[in-house]
Design a protein around this ligand. Sequence first.
Ligand code: RNT
Ligand code: ZN
Length: 422
Amino acid sequence: MVKSSKHVAQSYKLAQAQYADFGVDVDTAMSKLATIPISLHCWQGDDVCGFEDAGEGLSGGIAVTGNYRGKARTPEELRADLDKAISLIPGKHRLNLHAFYGEFGGKKVDRNEIRPEHFKNWIDWAKAKGMGMDFNPTCFSHPKAAEGFTLSHPKKSIRDFWVDHCIASREIGAHMGKILGSPTVTNIWIPDGYKDTPVDRLSPRQRLSESLDRVFAKKLNPKFHLDAVECKLFGIGSESYVVGSHEFYMGYAIKNQKVLCLDAGHFHPTEGIADKLTSALMYVPEILLHVSRGVRWDSDHVVTLDDALQSIAAELVRNKLLARTHIGLDFFDASINRIAAWTIGTRNTLKALLMALLEPAAIHDAEKSGDLTSRLALMEESKSLPWGAVWDAYCESQNVPAGRDWLDEVKHYENTVLSKRI
Ligand code: RNT
Ligand code: ZN
């Protein structure tokens, strides 16, 4: 059932008045929301497979489960699926690409040989939409990562290979940023670690630090390119030790003034990343968020509108951190329609930001004046303000479906396009 625009407009009017009562201007919140880009991760569309010929399975302590029909098998299909998702998400966003999604024309191009030309179609696609792009070296799903170590591998020849891959990735990122006129964040995540307890926890970290120094040796213009590093607590097969831990990268990013990537699923199961933002941003220049959802041992479930997500959005807005934060998504689910997964996760991230932008200033005033009773009371009361009506109006103003109407479009696409991919 298509929700009538009339209902959206009526509910919006009432919501506007209710928010005004709280001193909140909903139009200002919507205009601000329209300026926040979310970097959509290409890898939700094909279960983190990529387009190399090698036929290596997914490795590196991450796993995709499910076998939902219609996974993208070619760059063209992946771009078409992204187009569909983008048409259902309000605002102007970015594309986050992994290195093994290059287009190699059927040739064997190893990871250390990738060049900007292998990404031309992606860049052209983004340019035509006025989108920026972000990038990632792919340090997994490769024979030289099969021993579970890459940049910190004890063998120099293997480290060298991954250093070269990361250097090539930075050059590609800088090229994208230059062509698209917006800095590309190239994020390094490596799977390195041990399943069981190591005795030497130090040497791999020393090697990682050295490798990173080599990767970052060449200065790139921050107008076009930024470097990020991503930590993790544990992965599948690296339960006992991960070389690139939080403390490791926090230290490295501070020392070298790199962008620190915080993935919401990369900490202890009950540990949120919201409270880390103001601390980390005192010492690192910028943050990259991997908006994700950990569930038990998996770090990458589709993002729901849960407390963790709302806390992250609230921290960014309340502390005016948006200008120094790059928001990207990182989840992969093959058990549901993949375009729905993108749409749900991205819309939820935007909803959380909208809720934060609609927060009454009176809550801040109460805290400043030491009236902690009012702070709690207003915080709780504001939770039942009609943000959903503002969201629907925002979607309509951005020409995308309001409410659940986007689902009909995904179902239609599934029946007419995805079901034909056998
Ligand atoms: C893995 C990291 C990393 C990957 C992507 C594919 O745990 O979160 O960001 O998900 O690079
Ligand atoms: Zn991540």
